[in-house]
Design a protein around this ligand. Structure first.
Ligand code: COA
Ligand code: MG
Length: 288
């Protein structure tokens, strides 16, 4: 089965105790499926959710969707049981909520290394996707990004961050703007995928699409989503458009030509093209 972990335009979350929702997600052609054990699951249902997730991992064909489990925060009394009871399903990765220190990521990475060794699995295959969603997480985002080679993406959680900071969420979003920028910039510095925040209004599709576009303009690669109807919109907006692809291709061709003529900068359709423009075009082609 080929899974392209770089392609994470939409990460669909669902409560891990709902097998019907996991099954529904599998039919949606979504890039990543995140079976939740944290805030989407009631305390009385954590054990049941672990059982459902393992059963799903062991018995269902997820097709090309990435199979992720969101555990409870490292250091909580639930985290260790979450890992021990779901590892047998061999997920593609774990989403780590409320990540704040490199040591937390290292501890999970060490657990996974031991399990991979003991089970004869390929070393380093199971990825880690920390969510930055507390003030401390934002301040320490760089050490979290660099904590382990398993870290493969950074996710930005706006609601929890606002709660942690005592900020009020607004539609303009200035209260979370620094953090939203810091997470994507750090992700890019460490060559990780950057995943933008959840949009909570399940029925405002215009608002959702606008927030996807803003995230994309900030250089996010994808978005956490919470309902099937958000999947296709996110996957469409976070994929490069045909116009962008064809313009990128023309820039690269024109640049090859200019370079052979000894020109580092040139004009294409009345706009200057030089190194950074060419590198942006290469990024678009890489995604396409
Ligand atoms: N993943 C998979 N399927 C989902 C889904 C999700 N996140 N959200 C809804 N669905 C399914 C429903 O089960 C229903 O399926 P059916 O028609 O086959 O019965 C269909 O999509 C329509 O759902 P709808 O009635 O519009 O939503 P709901 O009222 O059942 O659920 C939520 C609303 C918010 C509870 C639900 O969308 C959800 O669970 N979201 C994710 C919550 C979560 O994981 N939070 C933690 C991470 S932030
Ligand atoms: Mg959260």
């Amino acid at each position: 089965m080929t899974r392209n972990s770089a392609l994470r335009r939409a990460l669909l979350f669902m409560p891990g105790d709902s097998l019907p929702k996991i099954e529904k997600a599998i039919g949606l052609q979504v890039d990543s499926i995140v079976m939740d054990l944290e805030d989407g699951v009631a305390f009385s249902r954590k054990a049941e959710a672990r059982r459902v997730i393992v059963t799903a991992l062991q018995t269902l064909d997820f097709g090309r969707s990435e199979r992720l489990v969101r555990m409870n925060p490292m250091g909580s009394e639930l985290a260790e049981d979450d890992l021990r009871s779901t590892i047998t399903g061999r997920p593609d990765g774990y989403v780590l909520p409320k990540a704040e220190f490199a040591e937390q990521v290292e501890a999970v990475a060490e657990f996974l290394a031991q399990e991979e060794r003991a089970r004869g699995w390929h070393a380093g295959q199971i990825k880690l996707l920390p969510i930055i969603e507390t003030a401390l997480g934002v301040v320490n985002v760089r050490e979290i990004a660099g904590a382990s080679a398993r870290v493969d993406a950074l996710l930005f959680g706006a609601e929890d961050l606002a709660g942690d900071m005592g900020a009020v969420r607004t539609s303009a979003g200035w209260e979370i703007f620094y953090a939203r920028s810091a997470v994507v910039t750090t992700a890019k510095a460490y060559r990780l995928t950057a995943i933008d925040m959840v949009y909570f209004d399940l029925h405002n599709m215009e608002g959702f699409a606008d927030e996807c576009r803003t995230g994309r303009e900030l250089a996010y690669d994808g978005k956490m989503v919470i309902h099937p109807r958000q999947v296709e919109i996110a996957q469409h907006i976070f994929a490069p458009s045909l116009e962008e692809i064809s313009r990128a291709r023309r820039i690269i061709e024109a640049n090859d030509d200019a370079q052979t003529r000894g020109l580092g900068a040139f004009a294409l359709d009345g706009k200057m093209v030089d190194g950074p423009v060419v590198r942006m075009a290469q990024q678009v082609m890489k995604k396409a």
